[in-house]
Design a protein around this ligand. Structure first.
Ligand code: MRU
Length: 366
């Protein structure tokens, strides 16, 4: 990739400010954990795996800068930072998983002492970062066979390098198919209201010299009817154990359209996105964001004063509408409780990434 979404710089965390793209390439140098939390909250960095990495690096930064040499106060201070990170956004499970990984290391402080724990927390954050890139490349390798020469591929939101530590999940599949020499066309949903598709995915594809056509979200149906779309490829923020999948608002509508037009609908996601604590998508907390994201455009009102608006950031696609989930382990066709269970069945593939119940301060149930 020609750009870095997030970087550990030793004394700071450098984040490519996605609010400014594509007009401006600007980096945020976060010198404390609160600025990392703020970057997640305000979507300077976004995308399920990327916010997990950012949270881990934010915690590592806080540990590095914490002055207290004593175990008790050190632990209390970093525990508070873990809580702050877990409060930033409620839907993507990767965030809670990453915070849990860091908490596990923090728990060892009693036997390890403070200096050793600091080093281990930094190492863990970097491991989470590096592992994410490797996982995405594996997702790409598994998924590339689903794209054929001449296909039209439709994607929604941004599930690329910008949404991860690098390479991407849904876009990772597109990169892997491109690297194999396949020729196909990519259609990018604009993705109202935050425009992750036309601002971020389109920018990423331009950087990668992949031809793409941007459409507004309400144009997908007509393209499908005209036979221009052969498959839909999206990412995921959280997958319940029956395969129901939360992803960017509008994903569910695309899945319904795909079903009607008999077009395969694929979700590309690491197994860490599967939340085994949840029976179904009904249990996934859905973030509701400021209504000004809907009522305003670039700071200007586009609706009459006083009108109400509804702004859920995600929706849940039932597993029955999903043709397959592409993971780093393999492709899970017809995702269901049984089919998903198989991937976690062998001792070596137990979900060490299983997340604890997240806090849902500013969230509502789907
Ligand atoms: O609100 P966002 O931009 O964080 O939402 C991101 C998405 O919905 C992505 O599709 C998802 O996180 C998968 S990213 C690999």
């Amino acid at each position: 990739m020609k750009f870095k979404t997030i970087e550990w710089k030793g004394d700071r965390v450098r984040i490519l400010d996605q609010r400014k793209l594509p007009q401006e390439i600007r980096y945020l140098d976060c010198r404390d954990s609160s600025s990392v939390a703020e970057a997640i909250r305000t979507m300077a960095i976004r995308g399920a795996p990327a916010i997990g990495v950012a949270a881990a690096m934010g915690i590592a930064l806080a540990a590095k800068k914490e002055r207290s040499p004593q175990t008790g106060p050190f632990r209390k201070a970093i525990e508070q930072v873990c809580n702050e990170m877990a409060e930033t956004r409620p839907t993507a499970v990767n965030l809670f998983w990453a915070v849990d990984q860091m908490r596990r290391i923090l728990d060892q402080v009693h036997t390890d002492r403070v200096e050793k724990t600091k080093a281990k927390l930094i190492k863990e954050a970097l491991r989470i970062y590096e592992e994410d890139v490797e996982i995405n490349q594996k997702i790409g390798e598994h998924g590339k066979r689903l794209i054929k020469n001449g296909d039209g591929v439709l994607t929604h939101c941004n599930a690329g390098a910008l949404a991860t530590a690098g390479y991407g999940t849904a876009l990772g599949v597109i990169y892997a198919a491109r690297d194999e020499g396949k020729k196909f066309q990519v259609f990018v949903d604009e993705t109202r209201p935050m425009l992750q598709g036309c601002r971020l995915t389109a920018w990423e594809l331009v950087q990668e010299k992949i031809q793409a056509t941007v459409i507004t979200d309400n144009m997908a149906g007509v393209l499908m009817m005209k036979g221009k779309i052969n498959l839909v490829l999206v990412g995921a923020d959280r997958i319940a154990r029956n395969g129901d999948t939360a992803n960017k608002i509008g994903t569910y509508s695309l899945a319904i359209l795909s079903k009607w037009h008999h077009i395969p609908f694929y979700v590309a996601a690491p197994t860490s996105t599967v939340d085994l604590t949840l029976d179904s998508g009904l249990d996934i907390p859905i973030e509701e964001r400021d209504i000004r994201e809907v009522t305003h455009f670039q700071g200007r009102p586009i609706t009459p004063k006083g009108v109400k608006a509804f702004n859920p950031a995600f929706d849940v696609t039932p597993h029955s509408l999903i043709s397959a989930i592409i993971t780093e382990k393999r492709i899970i066709r017809k995702p269901s409780h049984n089919n998903l269970r198989k991937i976690f069945a062998t001792p070596n593939s137990l979900p060490v990434r299983q997340a604890s119940k997240p806090r849902t301060r500013n969230s509502k149930e789907a």
